[in-house]
Design a protein around this ligand. Sequence first.
Ligand SMILES: [Zn+2]
Length: 307
Amino acid sequence: MKKRHATQKLFIIFLTILLLCLSSVCQAKSIALSFDDGLDPRNQPMACSWNSSILEALLKAQIKSILFPAGKRIDTPAGFKLVKDWGKAGHLIGSHTYSHFNYCSKQVTLEQFIADTERNEALLKDLPGWTKRLRFPYLKEGETAAKRDRFRSWLTNHGYESGAVSIDASDWYYNKRYLEWCKNHPGEDLSTFRSAYLNHLWNRTTYYDALSEEVLNRSVKHVILLHTNAINAAFLPDIIEMYKSNGWKIISPEEAYEDPVYTMKLTTLPAGEGILWSLAKQQGISGLRYPAESDKYEKTLLDKLGL
Ligand SMILES: [Zn+2]
């Protein structure tokens, strides 16, 4: 009888541990990696090598991602091939428009922006992985309600879905500093730069995740905006490892975009930016830093580190 009791007790403990493990898996924070722009072999001699490094890191980690190419950068046989490599590797290809216009500029009309989106679709639509998902250049979605809403209607009528982001980490600024640093420190150990970049991405990730809790009372399925550039070619395996070691799950873009946050039609003007940032702005949350001003926030730190 005593033995039976002990077995039952052990079983209950085992079951409790199992349930705790399962619930922590279910609650794991999640993120999809997305990459903008595409590479231009005409003015980026390392384009092919950077593209391969990014794709290798994704393959090794068994991660599916999405690339949002801007046609003007990749509209050469060599550039187009690099995009095709993404599709052939099982990643999605969305649209970042052809000319990378800023839709919040008064000089860019609705008609122009539609024509530019159609031009990019014509270029990319036969590629493996093509998907009608639009990432606005600079995350700018229109400076007036009319421009914003009329293009939103056009997108819906033409079967486009949102390519919004929840984490805007300004990797482009770190990339700029990284390229300068590499030029001035050939052959030097990259570990200090790697740490600074990972710290930055982690800082932005935890910031936007906290913002998600604040505005929605939950952690959304995140989508981070990265670029096809040198710094991600160098450190993508470390970025992936950073998320995993912090207990985050890296998910596919399809899974992330199932989160209803990405279909919210926000009313902020000028429209755009990251979806959580925009939502926080709509809710009147104060103290939001403007994500695109990386020089303002990161320069002092990188200068201090000698990077
Ligand atoms: Zn872009």
